[in-house]
Design a protein around this ligand. Structure first.
Ligand SMILES: Nc1ncnc2c1ncn2[C@@H]1O[C@H](COP(=O)(O)OP(=O)(O)O)[C@@H](O)[C@H]1O
Ligand SMILES: N[C@@H](CCC(=O)OP(=O)(O)O)C(=O)O
Length: 404
């Protein structure tokens, strides 16, 4: 059994990330203590609140001004408590339907982009007017996937958000749907909100929807029960989330649980509840479903690797390399690889797979797929001797790797 991994960064290895932004002032995550989660949410000084299209628009494809007003009043109340709010609001596409004479959400991307261009303006106009009544200034922030996943852009987005908050502005975030293409699109604001929570160093994430909570099955299913607390969203069993959501929403419950997983695994407690219960949810009352924080903060780059990226191929590891990568957090060396699948180039995400085929980690690979078959199973020293110094670099550096 080889140990195809190393703890030492090899010469020429993927460059070390720069230091992350200043550490968050988040309370330590309390593992397994669901009761504390609502308390943490109520105590959070900086909260990301995400609201879905279904909670902002009427079935005829227009903004529901009363619902927007109720949400704004609830968030203004939170601000009055001296807490900071970042709002991730969906609804641009849905709000653009009626003005364009569309009866339902279009399937093709170009029409979605057009609807978003029309609807986003209407949405922010409403927020601006309603928040102004509470003397709160809002700022529109439109993000693409790269803004929260590419380090240089992430820093830029962080600086902008931090400055807005420092100036007392309430940022209203959405995906930049008008320019986002299929390939570079989140497509759902639930996961975007979880990454934004990480980006702005939020202490809680609140997902508001048209359902009061997560249920054991679709809420219309007879016998479906509210799930009050989730201690580990990664280990949820017996919950049916297969039925799609509202006509205007995008991901249903699947993307909300994924968002809860991204947030909680990075140490941010999350709550899913009805938009009408926003004030109660943010006050820590017994509404919705609370998801306890389980992990610690990770660089956003790694959150992207784990939760947003698409693997372009896979590397099969022997048992020793699996152990080294997953338990010792070591870099992956050619010696521990037994097979290579897919076509990828250096810098792209690949899955690391154990001898049994189970995916154990994902990482950014340092070689093209075409280079690897000749290298697998070989010692790094031999490769350098035979092929030159550039073969000293590891195959996946431990800083560019997440254990799943
Ligand atoms: N187990 C479940 N518990 C609660 N809701 C569920 C469940 N399974 C599916 N859903 C659906 O998910 C919907 C919420 O997702 P979605 O329509 O995308 O909302 P939003 O627009 O708020 O993002 C609910 O309205 C419900 O129909
Ligand atoms: N960015 C899109 C929303 C995408 C989305 O996630 O919608 P939803 O499932 O209603 O939160 C828009 O503003 O229409």
């Amino acid at each position: 059994m080889s140990d195809g991994a190393t703890d030492a960064p090899a010469a020429g290895a993927a460059t070390r990330p720069q230091r992350p932004e200043p550490a968050p002032r988040r309370p330590e995550p309390v593992e397994g203590r669901a009761a504390d989660t609502r308390h943490q949410i109520a105590a959070a000084r900086r909260v990301v609140v995400k609201v879905g299209s279904s909670s902002l628009t009427s079935p005829d494809g227009r903004l529901d001004l009363d619902r927007v007003a109720r949400l704004v009043d609830a968030l203004a109340g939170v601000r009055q408590q001296g807490r900071e709010v970042v709002l991730v609001s969906s609804g641009a596409i849905a709000a653009g339907l009626a003005p364009l004479g569309l009866r339902r959400r279009p399937r093709d991307l170009a029409t979605q982009q057009a609807a978003a261009a029309v609807g986003q303006g209407l949405l922010v106009e409403q927020y601006m007017q309603r928040f102004a009544r509470h003397r709160i200034t809002v700022g529109q922030v439109l993000l693409t996937v790269e803004d929260v996943t590419v380090q240089s852009k992430y820093r830029n987005a962080y600086r902008t958000a931090a400055k807005l908050l420092e100036l007392g502005v309430l940022p209203i975030v959405n995906e930049n749907d008008t320019v986002a293409t299929k390939e570079i699109r989140f497509g759902d604001n639930d996961r975007l909100a979880a990454l934004v929570a990480h980006l702005v160093h939020a202490e809680a994430l609140v997902l508001l929807s048209d359902v009061p909570a997560l249920y054991t099955a679709h809420p219309e299913t007879p016998g479906a029960e509210r799930v009050r607390d989730v201690v580990d969203v990664g280990a949820l069993t017996g919950i049916d989330i297969s039925r799609r959501g509202s006509a205007v929403g995008t991901g249903g419950m699947v993307t909300k649980l994924e968002a809860a997983r991204i947030a909680t695994s990075a140490g941010i407690p999350a709550l899913l509840g009805a938009a009408d219960d926003a004030a109660a949810a943010l006050a820590g009352q017994d509404v919705g479903t609370a998801f306890a924080a389980t992990g610690r903060r990770r660089p956003t780059r790694l959150l992207w690797l784990a939760h947003v990226s698409d693997a372009q191929g896979s590397l099969v590891l022997d048992a020793g390399a699996v152990q080294a990568v997953t338990q010792r957090k070591a870099s992956l060396l050619p010696a521990g690889i037994t097979d290579v699948h897919g076509s990828f180039t250096a810098g792209e995400p690949v899955d690391l797979v154990g001898p049994d085929g189970a995916v154990v980690a994902r990482g950014l690979v340092s070689y093209d797929a075409a280079d690897l078959p000749q290298m697998i199973g070989q010692r790094t020293g031999d490769l350098v001797e035979e092929r030159g110094a550039e073969y000293a670099r590891v195959v996946v550096h431990r800083d560019a790797l997440v254990v799943l």
